[in-house]
Design a protein around this ligand. Structure first.
Ligand code: HEM
Length: 523
């Protein structure tokens, strides 16, 4: 009995000690966290804070993904030229940065010190997996090294034929719409057909697959469009943010079905190609390509790192899905806003058209070729100015693993979300006088002298910049050159200007509507 009682009291003492030590541990952790947070706050207090709702809610709900939200960014940038502190929630500080002085140290930091902030991209994970956009650490570094040669000029020049061919399909449809409207100008929403065009070119460049998606519905392309719109819708519905709730919702089930369609298509192409490579051997396989240039899947199947290691089928599929996602809407948004800006400025449009016509004069082909891309200086300036005024990606974010010192003695503290506002930087009056004016001459060689490269970052910059930027610039030049050589773009003055809508990419509330008028004497 006595022994049992002694053991019982020993057990109680042990349990008590365990609970007390747990409590002490918890208190210690809480104290460390509070001390660290206070130290971070001391660093953050050196950044100006715009007026907020109150100390409890901070700026919660004050930033919107709307036209008003973008105008609010303009106001913030005009007031706080380098950046400001934003309290998303009372415990969630966000540094909003709009100037090379605050952006450059972050952009030039290594990808390990300034990794991406995951919250903004989390919903894309089941679709894009560990592709370049979402991965981090050593895996990202290894894949980035392996993928970079696939975007070299010698590879991209082979895609020019595809850009020309797909653009002609779109223009033929536009021509047919004009004919059915009696030959006069026809009003059209341009972002949607441009998205189909960019999906079409990507599907050909990545998979060598001709889905004719611009002419008839394609299950795979519909699935990609659905995934993009479901991700945006979910962002706006906080109730559907937890995965377990989303999976039960009808949107969640549609998302899973669309993911399955996309993954099945990609896996099928990759596996068939891998089997062919294994059966035929390298040389016969390469010889079999005569007449067809290598696509991205071929290049990724053949790539090897310094130790001779290749990419797995799953790796290749994730990268291909990432290119399809990251390459289509961004380029389509860039093109749609470029068309809008040229329609709003007929004098610039006409100068681009003359440049293209002079280039194509006395030639036996109406195709834009690789060498032509550097012969369109004014058109290139217009593309850049449009990417400045209407950047397809309006912001990117980082959360640093170390304090990043700024030149004025302040620091971007470790662990704090840094929102690099591409839109804000491109609209900063310190960098761009009269930022709302579309003026392509800002990008003339004389006017570009002395400007910080971090003032113009539509493709971000530094180690995690856009790997597809040369691809996108080449495609945009071909599409705009061919379009201007067939159509006049005009704005319907009865329509109010579009309300901009920053989602995954910069859209407009009710689409981007333009009048298309066929040029006289063009078949
Ligand atoms: C006008 C068109 C485009 C714009 C404005 C654009 C913009 C961007 C931006 C701002 C980033 C950085 C994202 C971040 O830091 O979170 C990025 C990354 C990326 N882009 Fe693009 N992009 C365009 C076209 C393309 C195309 C055509 C492709 C592929 C064919 C592509 C593939 C990628 C990939 C894979 C990444 C991730 C790179 C990495 O993290 O290493 N993009 N893009």
């Amino acid at each position: 009995m006595a022994v049992a009682a002694a053991l019982g009291s020993l057990g109680a003492v042990a349990l008590g000690t365990f609970v007390v030590s747990l409590l002490l541990r918890w208190l210690w952790d809480a104290l460390v966290a509070v001390t660290r947070f206070r130290a971070t706050c001391r660093q953050l207090n050196k950044f100006p804070t715009p007026p907020w709702r109150n100390w409890l809610l901070g700026h919660t709900g004050m930033g919107q993904s709307t036209e008003q939200g973008l105008q609010q960014v303009d106001t913030l940038v005009a007031r706080y030229r380098h950046g400001c502190l934003w309290w998303g929630l009372p415990w969630l500080p966000v540094l909003r940065l709009f100037h090379p002085s605050t952006l450059r140290p972050l952009l030039s930091a290594s990808a390990f010190v300034a990794p991406k902030e995951k919250t903004f991209y989390g919903f894309l994970k089941p679709w894009l997996g560990e592709g370049l956009l979402l991965s981090g650490g050593q895996r990202w570094a290894r894949h980035r090294r392996l993928l970079t040669p696939a975007f070299h000029g010698d590879v991209l020049r082979n895609y020019l034929g595809i850009f020309n061919q797909s653009t002609r399909v779109m223009l033929a449809k536009w021509g047919a719409a004009v004919v059915s409207a009696g030959g006069g100008p026809v009003e059209m929403e341009v972002l949607q057909p441009l998205s189909l065009l960019t999906l079409d070119t990507l599907q050909k460049c990545i998979f060598s697959h001709e889905s004719h998606c611009q002419e008839r519905p394609s299950k795979y392309i519909q699935a990609i469009l659905e995934l993009s719109s479901l991700v945006v819708r979910r962002q706006l519905q906080p109730l559907l943010h937890p995965w377990w709730l989303y999976r039960l919702s009808s949107d969640g089930r549609r998302f899973a079905r669309a993911c399955a369609t996309v993954h099945a298509f990609t896996a099928d192409v990759v596996q068939r190609r891998r089997r062919a490579l294994a059966c035929l051997g390298h040389q016969t396989w390469l010889d079999g390509h005569r007449g067809r240039s290598m696509d991205f899947i071929d290049l990724l199947l053949l790539t090897k790192d310094e130790n001779g290691h290749t990419l797995s089928d799953e790796d290749i599929a994730a990268e291909a899905d990432t290119f399809m996602f990251e390459g289509h809407d961004t380029t389509a948004s860039g093109l749609a806003w470029l068309f809008y800006n040229l329609a709003s400025h007929p004098e610039h449009q006409e100068r681009c058209r003359q440049e293209v016509q002079e280039l194509l004069a006395a030639r036996d082909t109406a195709d834009i070729e690789w060498e032509d891309l550097s012969q369109l200086p004014f058109t290139t300036m217009c593309i850049k100015e449009s990417l400045r005024l209407h950047p397809p990606v309006t912001a990117v974010s980082r959360r640093c693993t170390e304090d990043i010192p700024l030149h004025d003695g302040r620091v971007l503290p470790k662990g704090v979300i840094c929102l690099m506002s591409i839109y804000g930087t491109h609209h900063n009056p310190d960098l761009w006088p009269e930022p709302e004016v579309f003026n392509p001459l800002r990008f003339s060689p004389e006017n570009s002298k002395g400007r910080s490269p971090s003032s113009f970052i539509p493709f971000s910059a530094g180690p995690r910049n856009c790997i597809g930027q040369s691809f996108a610039m080449a495609e945009m030049k071909v599409v705009v050159a061919l379009t201007l050589s067939r159509f006049m773009l005009r704005r319907d003055t009865a329509r109010p200007p579009p309300c901009r809508k920053p989602e995954l990419i910069l859209r407009a509330e009710d689409g981007i509507w333009l009048l298309l008028e066929p040029l006289v004497g063009v078949a």
